[in-house]
Design a protein around this ligand. Structure first.
Ligand SMILES: C[S@@+](CC[C@H](N)C(=O)[O-])C[C@H]1O[C@@H](n2cnc3c(N)ncnc32)[C@H](O)[C@@H]1O
Length: 250
């Protein structure tokens, strides 16, 4: 499990800085500024990812799903799952103690949502905790947004979650990729590797393989802004740096 180390940049706090949050330390800010220097669209990419979270949670809610397992949930910022689908049951899971400490404060008045310090690579532990918050015999939404690229081999763990969820459940993933047009991503990968959180970008096919066996919803594996946009997509969608996919368990 990750310990709090204020001298080491951490993905949760880098992302928080990119979103304009205040839960970050000097090394996180230095990393994020360097990130923005080599990839100036990185802050937009973070916001695009957060907007996708809201679209997919609203979609699941429209399909009658009112419980969510958010793996690699990060530091709660405005528009998180329980705010997007009020009254739904939510288990947030992150391996960063700071993200969880902030989530607990944020959730103090929300009895239907809980935060768990945990590693998504340990599905048995997470599923056991999930069963105390969610009814796993009923459909749930599993979110793995901007997290699986921090895991070198996520297939076994992801498959375990997919095997345990009830028919009618949804899985949503956003995932960093080296495909597309933006320059500077080689530098970003070197930056992450030097911070102790190496990233593994994946191509469209590999992202589809993560939800193998499930029905991938239209429009398929697409740049994140292109997944059922609620307004016109402006600019180059590849600047989101991530692919998005939503799949349903039949
Ligand atoms: C870029 S942030 C994304 C946050 C949120 N999912 C979103 O999309 O807004 C990635 C998060 O994944 C978390 N994380 C990385 N590896 C993890 C693991 N093995 N288990 C649980 N969380 C992890 C990090 O701590 C960080 O909060």
């Amino acid at each position: 499990m990750t310990q709090i180390d204020p001298d080491q940049a951490h993905p949760a706090r880098i992302y928080d800085y990119l979103l304009g949050g205040a839960c970050n330390f000097a090394p996180d800010r230095a990393f994020a500024e360097e990130f923005l220097r080599v990839l100036p669209t990185a802050a937009d990419a973070a916001r695009i990812n957060r907007a996708f979270l809201q679209r997919v949670v609203r979609y699941c809610a429209s399909q009658g799903v009112n419980q969510f397992l958010d793996l690699g949930s990060g530091i709660p910022t405005v528009g998180n799952v329980h705010e997007t689908a009020p009254g739904s049951r939510v288990l947030y899971v992150d391996n960063d103690p700071i993200a969880i400490a902030h989530s607990e404060i944020e959730l103090a008045e929300t009895p239907t949502a809980r935060a768990l310090l945990g590693d998504l690579r340990e599905p048995e532990t997470i599923l056991e905790a999930a069963a105390s918050v969610l009814d796993l015999s009923q459909p749930i939404g599993v979110l793995m947004l901007a997290v699986l690229h921090f895991i070198p081999d996520p297939h076994t763990a992801v498959a375990r979650y997919l095997s345990e969820i009830a028919a009618g459940s949804y899985v949503a993933i956003t995932h960093g990729t080296m495909e597309g047009t933006p320059d500077g991503r080689g530098d970003v990968l070197r930056l992450y590797a030097s911070s102790g959180s190496p990233a593994t970008p994946r191509d469209r096919e590999e992202v589809a393989r993560l939800v193998g066996g499930m029905e991938i919803l239209a429009p398929g594996v697409v740049w994140t802004p292109e997944w059922r946009p609620e307004r016109d997509v402006v600019g180059d969608p590849a600047e989101s740096l991530t692919y998005a996919v939503v799949a349903r368990k039949g």
